[in-house]
Design a protein around this ligand. Structure first.
Ligand code: 2M8
Length: 418
C-alpha cells in the first residue's frame, strides 16, 4: 500500500474509534478509554487533527484522581456493563484504580510542538506533575527510586512472561471465573488472549487492591503482586524529560525534572539491568529477584537519552540478535523468539506490537542508529500497509491478530509517516 493510502487508512481508523471526546482502542474489544492508548493516539492525532489530540488527553485528565493517579481505564457510562469485563461494577467506580505507563507528558509535548497552544500546555503541566508525584511518592514500594506496579495490567503488557514467576506464586481460583464471565474470549480468539488461569489471578489481585480502597500503604508487605517494570520506569523518566521541556516553555524551573530523570536512569541501571543478558528485566518487590524472561519491556529503556552509551549499545545488540530480530524481515517481537515458550499468537508472549517498536525506533534515533531506525520504520509501515491496523501481528507470517482497526497502531503509523 502506498504511503498516501496508508495515511488515509490510519486516519479512517481513528475517525471510526472517536467518540466525541476520546478514542476507544477498538470498538469490538475495548469500548472505553484507556490511559496509555490515549497518549499514543494523541501523538498520532497531533498530525491529523490537533484539536482532537488535546481533547483526547483533556478527557482523560478530567478523570485524574485527587491523589494524582491517572486511571488506566475511564469507563464510558453510555456503554452497557456487559460490553467489557471487568467493568465499573467490578471496580466500584467510574474508573479503575490502576494506572498505566505515563506516556502523556511526551504526548503533550508532541501536540504542543504542532500547535504552540501555550494555554493548553499550562493546563496540563500541573496535572502531569501530579501524575508523576503520585508515582514517585506512593509507588516506590522498594524505596529504591523505582515505581512498582501492583497489577500486570499496569504494565500494559498484560500476560508478558515478565510476570510469570510472580504470578505462579499466587493461587488461580477458578471460582472467580465462574462468578465473573470473561467477555474478551467471546470477541477474540481464546488462543490469542491470556489464559483463564491468568485471568483468575488478574481478578484476585485487582480485587485485593480494590478491597483496600486502592491504598498504597505498605504495598511490599501487604500486596500479592509488586513488580518494577523496566518499560514503565523508562517511560516515567522520559516523562520527566518532557516535563523539563514543558516547564522551560512555560518559563518555570525545570532542573528538578532533569534531576529525577537522571536518578531514575541510575536506579534502573543499578537494579534492573542484567549484564549477562545485556538487557533490562522486571524485578519483584520485596524479594529483589529479577525475572529471567527476556521481554521487549527490557529493550524499551533505549528511549532514554541519558542511558550510558555502553548500555544503549548492549540493548541494540540484544534487539538485533535472533531473539528479537531487529533488522530482519519483520519488526521486533514482544518476547524472545528462541524461548521454549515463545507463542506466536498469544498477546504479549510473542506477537509484534507497533507501540513497542515505535518506542524502539525513537530510541535508535536518539542513540544515533539512523540506518536500523529507518529499516525498522519501513518494516512497521509495510506490516500495517499489508495487514491493516491490527492490535498485534504474527511474528512469522506478519498476519494481523487481535482487534482489527486498532487505534494506537493507526496513530503511531501517522507519526511514522511524518
Ligand atoms: C490490553 O489490556 C486490557 C486491560 O487493561 C485488556 O486486555 O482488556 C493491553 O494490551 C493494554 O496495554 C492496552 O492498554 C489495553 C487496551 O488497548 O488492552
Amino acid at each position: 500500500m502506498g504511503r498516501t493510502a496508508l495515511r488515509t487508512l490510519a486516519e479512517r481508523v481513528l475517525d471510526l474509534n472517536w467518540t466525541g471526546d476520546h478514542t476507544v482502542p477498538s470498538r469490538s474489544l475495548y469500548p472505553h478509554q484507556w490511559s496509555w492508548d490515549s497518549a499514543f493516539v494523541a501523538i498520532g492525532l497531533a498530525h491529523a487533527a490537533p484539536d482532537r489530540a488535546w481533547r483526547e488527553l483533556e478527557s482523560l485528565f478530567r478523570a485524574q484522581w485527587a491523589d494524582g493517579r491517572v486511571p488506566h481505564i475511564v469507563f464510558n457510562p453510555a456503554v452497557p456493563e456487559g460490553d467489557y469485563f471487568p467493568g465499573p461494577a467490578f471496580w466500584d467506580g467510574p474508573t479503575t484504580g490502576l494506572v498505566q505507563p505515563p506516556v502523556h507528558a511526551v504526548a503533550v509535548r508532541e501536540i504542543f510542538r504542532r500547535t504552540a497552544d501555550r494555554e493548553r500546555l499550562a493546563w496540563f503541566y500541573p496535572r502531569l506533575c501530579a501524575q508523576q508525584a503520585y508515582l514517585t511518592t506512593r509507588r516506590d514500594a522498594a524505596g529504591d527510586g523505582l515505581v512498582s506496579i501492583v497489577h500486570p495490567w499496569e504494565s500494559g503488557l498484560d500476560n508478558s512472561p515478565s510476570w510469570d514467576e510472580a504470578l505462579a506464586r499466587l493461587p488461580a481460583d477458578p471460582e472467580l471465573l465462574r462468578v465473573h464471565r470473561r467477555r474478551d474470549i467471546r470477541v477474540a480468539a481464546p488462543a490469542h488472549r491470556p489464559t483463564d488461569a491468568d485471568y483468575a489471578r488478574y481478578l484476585a489481585i485487582a480485587g485485593a487492591y480494590r478491597d483496600r480502597g486502592y491504598h498504597d500503604d505498605d504495598l511490599a508487605g501487604r500486596h500479592g503482586f509488586v513488580m518494577e517494570c523496566p518499560s514503565f520506569n523508562a517511560l516515567r523518566a522520559a516523562a520527566d524529560i518532557a516535563l523539563a521541556e514543558i516547564a522551560e516553555e512555560l518559563g518555570l524551573p525545570a532542573a528538578h525534572h532533569r534531576e529525577r530523570a537522571r536518578a531514575i536512569v541510575s536506579a534502573m541501571v543499578e537494579h534492573l539491568f542484567d549484564p549477562r543478558t545485556g538487557m533490562f528485566h522486571a524485578r519483584a518487590v520485596p524479594s529483589g529477584e529479577r525475572a529471567a524472561a527476556r521481554c521487549v519491556n527490557g529493550l524499551v529503556p533505549l528511549v532514554l537519552p541519558g542511558l550510558p552509551e555502553e548500555i544503549a549499545a548492549s540493548l541494540v545488540e540484544a534487539a538485533t540478535s535472533p531473539r528479537f530480530g531487529l533488522g530482519g524481515a519483520l519488526p521486533v517481537t514482544s518476547y524472545d523468539r528462541t524461548a521454549a515458550d515463545f507463542d506466536p499468537v498469544r498477546y504479549w508472549r510473542g506477537p509484534i506490537w507497533i507501540n513497542m517498536n515505535w518506542l524502539l525506533h525513537r530510541g535508535l534515533l536518539g542513540h544515533n542508529h539512523p540506518a536500523p531506525a529507518a529499516l525498522l520504520r519501513d518494516r512497521m509501515l509495510d506490516l500495517v500497509g499489508t495487514g491493516g491496523c491490527y492490535e498485534y501481528y504474527h511474528p512469522v507470517t506478519g498476519a494481523g491478530l487481535g482487534a482489527a482497526e486498532f487505534s494506537w497502531t493507526a496513530a503511531l503509523t501517522l507519526d511514522l509517516l511524518e
